[in-house]
Write a protein that binds this ligand. Structure first.
Ligand code: PLP
Length: 457
Protein backbone atom coordinates (compact mmCIF):
# COMPACT_ATOMS: atom_id res chain seq x y z
CA UNK A 1 0.00 0.00 0.00
CA UNK A 2 1.25 3.50 -0.77
CA UNK A 3 0.60 6.16 1.83
CA UNK A 4 0.24 9.76 0.93
CA UNK A 5 2.35 11.90 3.29
CA UNK A 6 -0.41 14.53 3.21
CA UNK A 7 -3.15 12.17 4.29
CA UNK A 8 -4.32 12.44 7.89
CA UNK A 9 -2.80 10.14 10.50
CA UNK A 10 -4.67 7.16 11.88
CA UNK A 11 -5.18 9.01 15.14
CA UNK A 12 -6.66 12.04 13.40
CA UNK A 13 -8.99 9.83 11.39
CA UNK A 14 -10.17 8.04 14.49
CA UNK A 15 -10.85 11.32 16.26
CA UNK A 16 -12.87 12.58 13.27
CA UNK A 17 -14.75 9.33 13.11
CA UNK A 18 -15.57 9.32 16.82
CA UNK A 19 -16.74 12.91 16.65
CA UNK A 20 -18.90 12.64 13.54
CA UNK A 21 -19.50 9.18 12.14
CA UNK A 22 -22.51 7.32 13.46
CA UNK A 23 -21.90 3.59 12.95
CA UNK A 24 -24.47 0.96 11.98
CA UNK A 25 -25.18 -1.73 14.59
CA UNK A 26 -22.79 -0.19 17.13
CA UNK A 27 -23.26 0.74 20.76
CA UNK A 28 -21.63 4.15 20.70
CA UNK A 29 -21.20 4.14 24.46
CA UNK A 30 -18.64 1.37 23.94
CA UNK A 31 -16.86 3.09 21.08
CA UNK A 32 -13.59 4.90 21.76
CA UNK A 33 -10.15 5.27 20.26
CA UNK A 34 -9.14 1.89 21.68
CA UNK A 35 -12.11 -0.09 20.40
CA UNK A 36 -12.45 1.63 17.02
CA UNK A 37 -10.62 -0.32 14.32
CA UNK A 38 -9.31 1.51 11.28
CA UNK A 39 -9.03 -0.81 8.30
CA UNK A 40 -6.54 0.42 5.75
CA UNK A 41 -6.33 -2.11 2.94
CA UNK A 42 -7.05 -5.69 1.98
CA UNK A 43 -5.94 -8.46 -0.31
CA UNK A 44 -7.19 -11.98 -0.94
CA UNK A 45 -8.68 -13.26 2.32
CA UNK A 46 -6.91 -10.70 4.52
CA UNK A 47 -7.52 -7.20 5.80
CA UNK A 48 -4.98 -4.89 7.47
CA UNK A 49 -5.60 -2.38 10.25
CA UNK A 50 -3.84 0.91 10.99
CA UNK A 51 -1.62 -0.80 13.56
CA UNK A 52 -0.24 -2.95 10.79
CA UNK A 53 -2.03 -6.11 11.92
CA UNK A 54 -2.81 -8.62 9.20
CA UNK A 55 -6.19 -10.17 9.94
CA UNK A 56 -7.78 -13.21 8.28
CA UNK A 57 -11.27 -12.09 7.29
CA UNK A 58 -13.41 -15.03 8.31
CA UNK A 59 -16.55 -13.03 7.45
CA UNK A 60 -15.67 -11.91 3.90
CA UNK A 61 -16.50 -8.38 4.98
CA UNK A 62 -20.16 -8.85 5.81
CA UNK A 63 -20.76 -12.17 4.03
CA UNK A 64 -20.11 -10.47 0.71
CA UNK A 65 -16.53 -10.46 -0.57
CA UNK A 66 -16.95 -13.85 -2.22
CA UNK A 67 -14.11 -13.43 -4.76
CA UNK A 68 -11.74 -11.95 -2.16
CA UNK A 69 -10.15 -8.54 -2.01
CA UNK A 70 -7.86 -6.87 -4.54
CA UNK A 71 -9.53 -7.98 -7.77
CA UNK A 72 -8.20 -5.62 -10.42
CA UNK A 73 -10.63 -7.10 -12.99
CA UNK A 74 -13.53 -5.54 -11.11
CA UNK A 75 -11.70 -2.27 -10.59
CA UNK A 76 -10.89 -2.07 -14.32
CA UNK A 77 -14.44 -2.89 -15.40
CA UNK A 78 -15.84 -0.23 -13.09
CA UNK A 79 -13.27 2.35 -14.19
CA UNK A 80 -14.12 1.76 -17.83
CA UNK A 81 -17.83 2.01 -17.14
CA UNK A 82 -17.40 5.17 -15.10
CA UNK A 83 -15.66 6.91 -17.97
CA UNK A 84 -18.17 5.73 -20.60
CA UNK A 85 -21.41 6.18 -18.70
CA UNK A 86 -21.11 6.80 -14.96
CA UNK A 87 -24.84 7.08 -14.46
CA UNK A 88 -28.08 6.88 -16.23
CA UNK A 89 -31.42 5.79 -14.83
CA UNK A 90 -33.46 2.81 -15.93
CA UNK A 91 -36.85 4.47 -15.38
CA UNK A 92 -39.24 5.47 -18.18
CA UNK A 93 -38.11 3.08 -20.93
CA UNK A 94 -34.34 3.66 -20.67
CA UNK A 95 -31.63 1.05 -20.45
CA UNK A 96 -27.87 0.66 -20.90
CA UNK A 97 -25.41 -2.10 -21.66
CA UNK A 98 -24.34 -3.32 -18.20
CA UNK A 99 -27.89 -3.52 -16.82
CA UNK A 100 -29.21 -5.41 -19.85
CA UNK A 101 -26.29 -7.82 -19.71
CA UNK A 102 -26.57 -8.36 -15.98
CA UNK A 103 -30.33 -8.98 -16.07
CA UNK A 104 -29.80 -11.66 -18.72
CA UNK A 105 -26.95 -13.18 -16.73
CA UNK A 106 -28.92 -13.38 -13.48
CA UNK A 107 -31.93 -14.84 -15.31
CA UNK A 108 -29.66 -17.56 -16.71
CA UNK A 109 -28.31 -18.47 -13.26
CA UNK A 110 -31.50 -18.55 -11.18
CA UNK A 111 -33.48 -21.79 -10.84
CA UNK A 112 -36.68 -22.30 -12.84
CA UNK A 113 -38.28 -19.49 -14.81
CA UNK A 114 -37.16 -16.56 -12.68
CA UNK A 115 -36.46 -14.69 -15.88
CA UNK A 116 -37.19 -11.15 -14.74
CA UNK A 117 -34.91 -9.00 -12.62
CA UNK A 118 -35.59 -5.78 -10.77
CA UNK A 119 -32.47 -3.97 -9.52
CA UNK A 120 -32.02 -2.39 -6.11
CA UNK A 121 -29.19 -0.83 -4.15
CA UNK A 122 -28.96 -3.44 -1.40
CA UNK A 123 -30.49 -6.49 0.20
CA UNK A 124 -32.77 -4.39 2.38
CA UNK A 125 -34.06 -2.52 -0.66
CA UNK A 126 -34.54 -5.85 -2.40
CA UNK A 127 -36.85 -6.99 0.39
CA UNK A 128 -38.75 -3.71 0.27
CA UNK A 129 -39.26 -4.43 -3.41
CA UNK A 130 -40.36 -7.98 -2.55
CA UNK A 131 -43.00 -6.72 -0.17
CA UNK A 132 -44.50 -4.29 -2.66
CA UNK A 133 -44.14 -6.73 -5.53
CA UNK A 134 -45.96 -9.67 -3.97
CA UNK A 135 -48.81 -7.54 -2.66
CA UNK A 136 -49.14 -5.82 -6.04
CA UNK A 137 -49.12 -9.22 -7.75
CA UNK A 138 -52.08 -10.47 -5.72
CA UNK A 139 -53.88 -7.18 -6.22
CA UNK A 140 -53.60 -7.62 -9.97
CA UNK A 141 -54.95 -11.15 -9.59
CA UNK A 142 -58.07 -9.65 -8.02
CA UNK A 143 -57.10 -10.95 -4.57
CA UNK A 144 -56.56 -7.71 -2.74
CA UNK A 145 -56.94 -9.36 0.66
CA UNK A 146 -53.88 -11.53 0.14
CA UNK A 147 -51.52 -9.12 1.89
CA UNK A 148 -50.00 -11.10 4.76
CA UNK A 149 -46.43 -12.23 4.45
CA UNK A 150 -45.29 -15.04 6.68
CA UNK A 151 -41.67 -14.90 7.78
CA UNK A 152 -39.71 -16.54 10.58
CA UNK A 153 -38.61 -15.54 14.04
CA UNK A 154 -34.96 -14.56 14.18
CA UNK A 155 -34.83 -14.13 10.40
CA UNK A 156 -32.74 -11.30 9.00
CA UNK A 157 -34.15 -9.48 5.99
CA UNK A 158 -32.41 -6.13 6.34
CA UNK A 159 -32.66 -2.89 8.21
CA UNK A 160 -35.19 -0.73 6.33
CA UNK A 161 -38.77 -0.73 7.63
CA UNK A 162 -39.74 -3.59 5.34
CA UNK A 163 -36.53 -5.47 6.15
CA UNK A 164 -37.04 -5.12 9.89
CA UNK A 165 -40.76 -5.92 9.73
CA UNK A 166 -40.16 -9.04 7.64
CA UNK A 167 -37.19 -9.95 9.81
CA UNK A 168 -37.83 -11.70 13.08
CA UNK A 169 -35.38 -10.01 15.40
CA UNK A 170 -37.21 -8.78 18.49
CA UNK A 171 -34.50 -6.31 19.44
CA UNK A 172 -34.85 -4.65 16.06
CA UNK A 173 -38.67 -4.73 16.21
CA UNK A 174 -38.53 -2.59 19.33
CA UNK A 175 -36.77 0.23 17.51
CA UNK A 176 -38.86 2.34 15.16
CA UNK A 177 -42.08 0.48 15.84
CA UNK A 178 -44.90 0.29 14.86
CA UNK A 179 -43.85 -2.08 12.13
CA UNK A 180 -45.45 -2.67 8.74
CA UNK A 181 -48.77 -4.46 9.28
CA UNK A 182 -49.76 -7.86 7.92
CA UNK A 183 -46.53 -9.69 8.58
CA UNK A 184 -46.61 -12.84 10.70
CA UNK A 185 -43.75 -14.90 12.11
CA UNK A 186 -43.45 -18.63 12.61
CA UNK A 187 -40.90 -20.80 14.40
CA UNK A 188 -37.32 -20.97 13.18
CA UNK A 189 -35.73 -24.39 12.61
CA UNK A 190 -33.07 -23.82 15.27
CA UNK A 191 -32.71 -27.30 16.71
CA UNK A 192 -29.70 -26.62 18.93
CA UNK A 193 -31.46 -24.20 21.25
CA UNK A 194 -35.13 -24.79 20.49
CA UNK A 195 -35.42 -28.46 19.58
CA UNK A 196 -35.88 -29.69 23.15
CA UNK A 197 -36.13 -33.48 23.34
CA UNK A 198 -37.06 -33.90 19.69
CA UNK A 199 -34.67 -35.34 17.15
CA UNK A 200 -33.52 -32.79 14.56
CA UNK A 201 -35.73 -34.48 11.95
CA UNK A 202 -38.83 -34.39 14.14
CA UNK A 203 -38.13 -30.79 14.99
CA UNK A 204 -37.59 -29.86 11.34
CA UNK A 205 -41.03 -31.25 10.46
CA UNK A 206 -42.66 -29.49 13.36
CA UNK A 207 -41.15 -26.12 12.35
CA UNK A 208 -42.19 -26.58 8.73
CA UNK A 209 -45.74 -27.47 9.77
CA UNK A 210 -45.86 -24.25 11.72
CA UNK A 211 -46.23 -22.64 8.28
CA UNK A 212 -49.25 -24.79 7.51
CA UNK A 213 -50.77 -23.96 10.89
CA UNK A 214 -50.20 -20.27 10.38
CA UNK A 215 -51.81 -20.32 6.93
CA UNK A 216 -54.85 -22.11 8.39
CA UNK A 217 -55.04 -19.70 11.27
CA UNK A 218 -54.86 -16.60 9.04
CA UNK A 219 -56.83 -18.04 6.14
CA UNK A 220 -55.22 -18.91 2.82
CA UNK A 221 -57.13 -16.08 1.15
CA UNK A 222 -55.20 -13.63 3.33
CA UNK A 223 -51.67 -14.97 2.83
CA UNK A 224 -49.54 -13.55 0.02
CA UNK A 225 -46.20 -15.23 0.55
CA UNK A 226 -43.72 -17.03 2.74
CA UNK A 227 -40.23 -15.55 2.89
CA UNK A 228 -37.16 -17.33 4.26
CA UNK A 229 -33.40 -17.55 4.03
CA UNK A 230 -32.32 -21.03 2.85
CA UNK A 231 -29.84 -20.92 5.75
CA UNK A 232 -30.34 -18.14 8.30
CA UNK A 233 -27.20 -16.04 8.35
CA UNK A 234 -27.26 -13.14 10.78
CA UNK A 235 -29.55 -15.17 13.05
CA UNK A 236 -26.57 -17.45 13.75
CA UNK A 237 -25.93 -19.68 10.71
CA UNK A 238 -28.96 -21.82 11.41
CA UNK A 239 -28.96 -24.86 9.14
CA UNK A 240 -32.41 -26.44 9.03
CA UNK A 241 -32.76 -30.17 9.72
CA UNK A 242 -33.03 -32.26 6.54
CA UNK A 243 -36.77 -32.73 6.89
CA UNK A 244 -37.47 -29.01 6.92
CA UNK A 245 -37.25 -27.78 3.34
CA UNK A 246 -39.05 -30.68 1.63
CA UNK A 247 -42.00 -30.18 3.99
CA UNK A 248 -42.01 -26.41 3.41
CA UNK A 249 -41.99 -27.00 -0.35
CA UNK A 250 -44.92 -29.42 -0.04
CA UNK A 251 -46.92 -26.79 1.85
CA UNK A 252 -46.02 -24.00 -0.58
CA UNK A 253 -47.11 -26.20 -3.52
CA UNK A 254 -50.41 -27.16 -1.92
CA UNK A 255 -51.28 -23.64 -0.93
CA UNK A 256 -51.89 -20.68 -3.17
CA UNK A 257 -49.02 -18.58 -1.84
CA UNK A 258 -45.74 -17.34 -3.24
CA UNK A 259 -42.42 -18.57 -1.91
CA UNK A 260 -39.69 -15.96 -1.63
CA UNK A 261 -36.11 -17.06 -0.97
CA UNK A 262 -33.95 -14.39 0.60
CA UNK A 263 -30.63 -15.42 -0.92
CA UNK A 264 -28.72 -12.30 0.04
CA UNK A 265 -26.14 -14.52 1.78
CA UNK A 266 -26.74 -17.92 0.22
CA UNK A 267 -26.54 -16.63 -3.36
CA UNK A 268 -23.43 -16.68 -5.53
CA UNK A 269 -21.63 -19.75 -4.32
CA UNK A 270 -21.88 -19.63 -0.54
CA UNK A 271 -23.44 -23.13 -0.40
CA UNK A 272 -21.58 -24.54 -3.41
CA UNK A 273 -24.30 -23.65 -5.95
CA UNK A 274 -25.19 -20.37 -7.59
CA UNK A 275 -28.14 -20.18 -5.23
CA UNK A 276 -28.86 -21.93 -1.95
CA UNK A 277 -32.26 -22.89 -3.38
CA UNK A 278 -30.43 -25.17 -5.82
CA UNK A 279 -28.59 -26.84 -2.96
CA UNK A 280 -31.85 -27.65 -1.16
CA UNK A 281 -33.91 -28.35 -4.30
CA UNK A 282 -36.21 -25.37 -3.72
CA UNK A 283 -38.19 -23.61 -6.42
CA UNK A 284 -38.90 -20.07 -5.28
CA UNK A 285 -41.22 -17.71 -7.13
CA UNK A 286 -39.02 -14.80 -6.11
CA UNK A 287 -35.38 -14.54 -5.08
CA UNK A 288 -33.88 -11.52 -3.28
CA UNK A 289 -30.13 -11.17 -3.71
CA UNK A 290 -27.33 -8.69 -3.01
CA UNK A 291 -23.98 -9.16 -1.19
CA UNK A 292 -22.14 -11.75 -3.32
CA UNK A 293 -23.71 -10.34 -6.51
CA UNK A 294 -20.88 -7.78 -6.65
CA UNK A 295 -18.72 -9.34 -3.91
CA UNK A 296 -19.34 -6.04 -2.14
CA UNK A 297 -17.13 -4.04 -4.52
CA UNK A 298 -20.07 -1.72 -5.19
CA UNK A 299 -23.55 -1.73 -3.68
CA UNK A 300 -26.16 -3.60 -5.71
CA UNK A 301 -29.06 -5.91 -5.05
CA UNK A 302 -31.75 -7.51 -7.18
CA UNK A 303 -35.08 -9.31 -7.09
CA UNK A 304 -35.61 -12.07 -9.64
CA UNK A 305 -39.14 -13.33 -10.26
CA UNK A 306 -41.09 -15.79 -12.36
CA UNK A 307 -42.76 -15.52 -15.76
CA UNK A 308 -46.14 -15.79 -14.04
CA UNK A 309 -45.42 -12.82 -11.80
CA UNK A 310 -44.01 -10.83 -14.70
CA UNK A 311 -47.08 -11.55 -16.84
CA UNK A 312 -49.41 -10.54 -14.03
CA UNK A 313 -47.52 -7.32 -13.31
CA UNK A 314 -48.05 -6.25 -16.92
CA UNK A 315 -51.54 -5.15 -15.88
CA UNK A 316 -50.23 -1.69 -15.10
CA UNK A 317 -47.20 0.33 -14.16
CA UNK A 318 -45.35 -0.93 -11.08
CA UNK A 319 -44.86 2.46 -9.44
CA UNK A 320 -41.62 1.49 -7.81
CA UNK A 321 -37.93 2.15 -8.44
CA UNK A 322 -34.76 3.55 -6.99
CA UNK A 323 -32.66 6.29 -8.57
CA UNK A 324 -29.82 3.78 -8.55
CA UNK A 325 -31.79 0.75 -9.81
CA UNK A 326 -29.39 -0.84 -12.27
CA UNK A 327 -26.61 1.70 -11.68
CA UNK A 328 -24.15 1.23 -14.58
CA UNK A 329 -20.99 1.09 -12.47
CA UNK A 330 -22.55 -1.31 -9.97
CA UNK A 331 -23.79 -3.56 -12.78
CA UNK A 332 -20.31 -3.50 -14.33
CA UNK A 333 -18.84 -4.54 -10.97
CA UNK A 334 -21.37 -7.37 -10.69
CA UNK A 335 -20.68 -8.59 -14.23
CA UNK A 336 -16.91 -8.62 -13.65
CA UNK A 337 -17.47 -10.41 -10.34
CA UNK A 338 -19.68 -13.10 -11.92
CA UNK A 339 -17.08 -13.55 -14.65
CA UNK A 340 -14.41 -14.25 -12.04
CA UNK A 341 -16.69 -16.74 -10.27
CA UNK A 342 -17.28 -18.53 -13.58
CA UNK A 343 -13.76 -18.42 -15.01
CA UNK A 344 -12.11 -19.53 -11.79
CA UNK A 345 -14.84 -22.13 -11.22
CA UNK A 346 -15.16 -20.89 -7.65
CA UNK A 347 -18.53 -22.51 -7.09
CA UNK A 348 -17.37 -25.93 -8.29
CA UNK A 349 -14.31 -25.50 -6.09
CA UNK A 350 -16.47 -24.82 -3.03
CA UNK A 351 -18.76 -27.74 -3.85
CA UNK A 352 -16.12 -30.32 -4.76
CA UNK A 353 -13.31 -29.31 -2.46
CA UNK A 354 -13.34 -26.36 -0.10
CA UNK A 355 -16.67 -27.05 1.63
CA UNK A 356 -15.55 -30.58 2.50
CA UNK A 357 -12.16 -29.47 3.77
CA UNK A 358 -13.74 -26.67 5.77
CA UNK A 359 -16.42 -29.00 7.20
CA UNK A 360 -13.82 -31.44 8.48
CA UNK A 361 -11.56 -28.81 10.07
CA UNK A 362 -14.47 -26.83 11.45
CA UNK A 363 -15.98 -29.95 13.03
CA UNK A 364 -12.75 -30.44 15.00
CA UNK A 365 -13.61 -27.27 16.93
CA UNK A 366 -16.56 -29.22 18.34
CA UNK A 367 -14.06 -30.98 20.62
CA UNK A 368 -13.26 -27.77 22.42
CA UNK A 369 -14.68 -27.78 25.97
CA UNK A 370 -16.61 -24.54 25.30
CA UNK A 371 -18.24 -25.73 22.10
CA UNK A 372 -21.54 -27.59 22.21
CA UNK A 373 -21.87 -27.88 18.44
CA UNK A 374 -19.71 -27.01 15.44
CA UNK A 375 -21.83 -27.01 12.29
CA UNK A 376 -21.20 -25.92 8.75
CA UNK A 377 -22.65 -26.03 5.27
CA UNK A 378 -20.87 -24.82 2.16
CA UNK A 379 -18.64 -22.02 3.37
CA UNK A 380 -20.57 -20.88 6.42
CA UNK A 381 -20.00 -22.23 9.90
CA UNK A 382 -21.18 -21.75 13.47
CA UNK A 383 -19.86 -22.69 16.89
CA UNK A 384 -22.37 -22.90 19.73
CA UNK A 385 -20.57 -21.96 22.92
CA UNK A 386 -22.19 -23.49 26.00
CA UNK A 387 -21.55 -23.22 29.74
CA UNK A 388 -21.88 -26.92 30.35
CA UNK A 389 -21.09 -29.51 27.77
CA UNK A 390 -22.78 -31.68 26.53
CA UNK A 391 -25.98 -29.81 27.48
CA UNK A 392 -27.49 -27.50 24.87
CA UNK A 393 -27.78 -24.79 27.49
CA UNK A 394 -27.31 -21.04 27.44
CA UNK A 395 -25.02 -18.72 29.39
CA UNK A 396 -26.69 -16.62 32.07
CA UNK A 397 -25.73 -13.30 30.53
CA UNK A 398 -26.41 -14.15 26.94
CA UNK A 399 -24.04 -12.48 24.52
CA UNK A 400 -21.21 -11.71 26.94
CA UNK A 401 -19.18 -14.80 26.08
CA UNK A 402 -19.63 -14.19 22.37
CA UNK A 403 -18.37 -10.63 22.71
CA UNK A 404 -15.32 -11.81 24.67
CA UNK A 405 -14.54 -14.47 22.10
CA UNK A 406 -14.92 -12.05 19.20
CA UNK A 407 -12.41 -9.67 20.81
CA UNK A 408 -9.92 -12.48 21.38
CA UNK A 409 -10.31 -13.46 17.74
CA UNK A 410 -9.50 -9.95 16.56
CA UNK A 411 -6.45 -9.83 18.79
CA UNK A 412 -5.35 -13.14 17.33
CA UNK A 413 -5.72 -11.88 13.78
CA UNK A 414 -9.07 -13.42 12.87
CA UNK A 415 -12.45 -11.90 12.12
CA UNK A 416 -15.09 -14.22 13.54
CA UNK A 417 -18.49 -12.74 14.31
CA UNK A 418 -20.52 -13.28 17.47
CA UNK A 419 -24.30 -13.72 17.35
CA UNK A 420 -25.33 -14.00 20.97
CA UNK A 421 -22.89 -16.73 22.15
CA UNK A 422 -22.66 -18.37 18.75
CA UNK A 423 -19.48 -17.69 16.77
CA UNK A 424 -19.91 -17.64 13.02
CA UNK A 425 -17.76 -17.46 9.91
CA UNK A 426 -18.40 -16.98 6.21
CA UNK A 427 -14.99 -16.68 4.54
CA UNK A 428 -14.27 -15.62 0.95
CA UNK A 429 -14.87 -18.47 -1.52
CA UNK A 430 -11.22 -18.21 -2.60
CA UNK A 431 -9.96 -19.21 0.85
CA UNK A 432 -7.14 -21.76 0.63
CA UNK A 433 -6.70 -24.92 2.69
CA UNK A 434 -3.79 -23.29 4.54
CA UNK A 435 -5.96 -20.32 5.36
CA UNK A 436 -8.68 -22.62 6.64
CA UNK A 437 -6.09 -24.29 8.87
CA UNK A 438 -5.03 -20.87 10.10
CA UNK A 439 -8.65 -19.89 10.76
CA UNK A 440 -9.31 -23.02 12.79
CA UNK A 441 -6.07 -22.70 14.78
CA UNK A 442 -6.81 -19.09 15.62
CA UNK A 443 -10.39 -19.98 16.52
CA UNK A 444 -9.18 -22.72 18.90
CA UNK A 445 -6.72 -20.36 20.57
CA UNK A 446 -9.43 -17.72 20.93
CA UNK A 447 -11.80 -20.27 22.45
CA UNK A 448 -9.08 -21.23 24.97
CA UNK A 449 -8.62 -17.60 25.90
CA UNK A 450 -12.39 -17.10 26.15
CA UNK A 451 -12.58 -20.12 28.41
CA UNK A 452 -9.91 -18.60 30.64
CA UNK A 453 -11.56 -15.15 30.58
CA UNK A 454 -14.96 -16.38 31.70
CA UNK A 455 -13.45 -18.73 34.27
CA UNK A 456 -15.47 -21.80 33.29
CA UNK A 457 -13.82 -25.01 34.46
C1 PLP B 1 -27.48 -8.67 4.70
C2 PLP B 1 -28.83 -9.23 4.47
C3 PLP B 1 -29.89 -8.44 4.05
C4 PLP B 1 -29.77 -6.95 3.94
O1 PLP B 1 -28.89 -6.56 2.96
P1 PLP B 1 -28.26 -5.08 3.00
O2 PLP B 1 -27.46 -5.01 1.73
O3 PLP B 1 -27.43 -5.00 4.25
O4 PLP B 1 -29.37 -4.12 3.03
C5 PLP B 1 -31.08 -9.05 3.75
N1 PLP B 1 -31.24 -10.37 3.88
C6 PLP B 1 -30.25 -11.18 4.29
C7 PLP B 1 -30.47 -12.65 4.35
C8 PLP B 1 -29.01 -10.63 4.62
O5 PLP B 1 -28.04 -11.41 5.07
Amino acid sequence: MTTNPNSPSADELKQNDLAHHWHPFTDHSELDDKTLRLITHANGSYIWDSNGNKILDGMAGLWCVNVGYGRSEIVDAVTKQMSELPYYNTFFKSTHQPVAELAEKIASLTPGDLNHVFFTGSGSDANDTVLRLVRTYWGHKGKKDKTIIIARKNAYHGSTMAGVSLGGMSGMHDQGAPLIPDIAHIKQPYWFHEGGDMSPDEFGLECARDLEKKIDELGEDRVAAFIAEPVQGAGGVIIPPETYWPEIMRICKERDILFVADEVITGFGRLGEWFGSQHFGLQPDVIAMAKGLSSGYLPIGAVAFSDEISNTLQKGEFAHGYTYSGHPACCAAALANLKIIEEEKLIERVKNHTAGYFAEKWASLGEHPLVGEARSIGLVGALEMVPEKPKRSKFKNEGDTGAICRDHCFNNGLVMRAVRDTMIVSPPLIITDNEIDEMVEKAWKSLDQTHASIGVK
